[in-house]
Design a protein around this ligand. Structure first.
Ligand SMILES: O=C([O-])[C@@H](O)[C@@H](O)[C@H](O)[C@@H](O)C(=O)[O-]
Ligand SMILES: [Mg+2]
Length: 421
C-alpha cells in the first residue's frame, strides 16, 4: 500500500454533564470537558481520537494538529516527532493533580495520544482490520471493567438529583455498588477514597465485602494519606483488598508502605512515564501499574508499558478519568491485545449517565465490553451529539477541570491537602 497522508484535522472541544463526584482534590464540576479529534486522510478515511479538554492542553492539541498535515498515517514515529517539534518543550500540568506530577515528557505524551489513536483508526479503516489487530491481535474477545464507586452528593447545588443519588457513607456506597452491578454486571469494585477519614473508608470497604463476598475490592485515596496512615490502612484491610491504589505520594513513600502491606500497591500517580519505571522497580514501590493511553502517549506506548511490566512481574490494569465512547473503544482494543491485563480496568462510563459522542455506545455485558470486530476502533461519531456538546462547551463557562476551586465555591473553608491524614 502506498502512503496514506493526513489531509485535514478537526479539533472540537466539548462538554457533557458530570455528577458531583467527591475525591481528594474536591468535587467534580457540573460539566466534564473533552476534546474530540477527527483525522481525515487520503481516500476519504477518517480516524477518531479523544483527549482532555483543559484550555492549556487544547491549545497544544490545536498546535499539533496543524503540524500533522501531510503525515503518513502509518508513520507513528513521525507523528511523535512532528508533535514534539510543534509544541516544543512545554509543561502543561492539570490543576487537579489526580494523575500525578506533570512534566514536559508527559505533556508531549498527552498531546500525541489522541492523534495516535486516530491514526490507528485510519489504519484500521484502510486495512479493514480492528485496531486490536494492529496492536498485535486480540488475546481476549471481551475486556472486563470494574464498578468505579464514588462518594457523592445527591445533586450539584441548586440542581435536580442525578440518577445515582447520594452516597456519603458505607450504606450509600453499598447502595451505589448494587445499582451499578445490577445495571452493568461488574465483577470487581473500586472505591474512590481520600474523601473521608480513613476509618470511614475502611468501614465502607468492610460493608462492601459483606454485601459482595466474591467481588475483588480496591481502594484509591489519590495520595491523601501519609506513609504511616497508609501502613495502618493496609494492615486493617488485609484480606479485603486485591490492591491498594496510590495510598501515598511518591516512589519512596509507596516503597515504604509496600514493604509491610500484604496486598500489592497499584498506581496511576507515581509511575506515570517510562522514566519512572527503573526507580520503581529498584525500590519495589508498586505491584500494579494502571496504564492510561491518554497520558502514556497512546495505545502502542501503553502496550510497551505492559511488556515492561511483564518483564518485572508487575501487574497491569487501566486508569480512567471522565471520558466518552471513543476513549472507551480505544481502551477496549488495547485491553484485547495486552496479554498481561491482569485486572479489570477502571471506567467512568456509568457516570456519563448516557451522554456520548459516538453513534452506538459500546455496551457492558457481565461487566465486560465485547471487542468490536469492524475496522478501526469500531465507533462512529454522532455529529448531532458532537455539535450539541460543543455548544455546551461554549456556554458552560468551564475551561479547565478544577475540582478544588469548585468545592471552594461551595465551601469556602475547604482546603486542598496532600496528605490530608
Ligand atoms: O474522576 C476522579 O475524580 C478521579 O479521582 C480521577 O480523576 C482519577 O484520576 C482516577 O480515577 C484515579 O484512579 O486516580
Ligand atoms: Mg488512581
Amino acid at each position: 500500500m502506498s502512503r496514506l497522508d493526513v489531509r485535514h484535522i478537526v479539533v472540537t472541544p466539548i462538554a457533557f454533564p458530570d455528577p458531583p463526584l467527591l475525591n481528594a482534590a474536591g468535587v467534580h464540576e457540573p460539566w466534564a470537558l473533552r476534546t474530540i479529534v477527527e483525522v481525515y486522510a487520503d481516500g476519504g478515511l477518517v480516524g477518531l481520537g479523544e483527549t482532555y479538554g483543559d484550555a492549556a492542553h487544547l491549545v497544544l492539541v490545536e498546535k499539533a494538529a496543524g503540524a500533522l498535515i501531510g503525515l503518513d498515517a502509518f508513520n507513528l514515529n513521525d507523528l511523535r516527532s512532528r508533535v514534539a517539534a510543534a509544541i516544543g518543550v512545554v509543561d502543561a500540568p492539570d490543576r487537579h493533580g489526580l494523575t500525578g506530577a506533570s512534566s514536559a515528557e508527559k505533556t508531549l505524551a498527552r498531546v500525541v495520544s489522541p492523534f495516535e489513536v486516530a491514526c490507528l483508526d485510519v489504519q484500521g479503516h484502510a486495512t479493514e482490520r480492528p485496531v486490536a489487530d494492529l496492536l498485535g491481535g486480540r488475546i481476549r474477545d471481551r475486556v472486563p471493567f470494574s464498578a468505579y464507586l464514588f462518594y457523592k452528593w445527591a445533586a450539584h447545588p441548586g440542581a435536580e438529583p442525578d440518577e445515582w443519588g447520594e452516597a456519603l457513607d458505607a450504606e450509600g456506597i453499598v447502595r451505589q455498588a448494587r445499582g451499578m452491578i445490577d445495571r452493568y454486571g461488574f465483577g470487581s469494585i473500586k472505591l474512590k477514597g481520600g474523601v473521608f477519614h480513613p476509618d470511614e473508608e475502611i468501614a465502607a470497604i468492610e460493608a462492601l465485602r459483606e454485601a459482595f463476598p466474591e467481588h475483588p475490592l480496591r481502594l484509591d485515596p489519590n495520595c491523601a494519606w501519609t506513609p504511616a496512615t497508609s501502613r495502618r490502612v493496609a494492615e486493617r484491610t488485609t484480606g479485603l483488598l486485591e490492591y491498594l491504589e496510590d495510598p501515598t505520594e511518591g516512589l519512596a513513600g509507596m516503597a515504604e508502605v509496600a514493604r509491610s502491606a500484604s496486598m500489592p500497591l497499584a498506581t496511576n500517580m507515581c509511575v506515570i512515564g517510562f522514566g519512572d519505571i527503573a526507580e520503581s522497580v529498584r525500590r519495589g514501590s508498586v505491584g500494579v501499574v494502571l496504564s492510561d493511553h491518554h497520558y502514556w502517549g497512546g495505545l502502542r506506548a501503553s502496550a510497551e508499558l505492559a511488556a515492561i511490566c511483564r518483564t518485572f512481574g508487575i501487574g497491569v490494569s487501566m486508569h480512567s478519568n471522565s471520558h466518552l465512547g471513543i476513549s472507551l473503544a480505544a481502551m477496549v482494543h488495547l485491553g484485547a491485545a495486552v496479554p498481561n491485563l491482569s485486572y479489570a480496568a477502571d471506567t467512568h462510563t456509568p457516570w456519563q449517565c448516557g451522554a456520548d459522542v459516538v453513534a452506538e455506545t459500546l455496551t457492558f455485558v457481565d461487566g465486560s465490553v465485547a471487542v468490536p470486530t469492524g475496522p478501526g476502533l469500531g465507533v462512529a461519531l454522532d455529529r448531532d451529539a458532537l455539535a450539541r456538546m460543543h455548544a455546551d462547551y461554549l456556554r458552560c463557562g468551564v475551561t479547565e477541570r478544577n475540582d478544588t476551586g469548585y468545592m471552594r465555591s461551595i465551601d469556602p473553608a475547604y482546603e486542598r491537602k496532600r496528605p490530608r491524614w
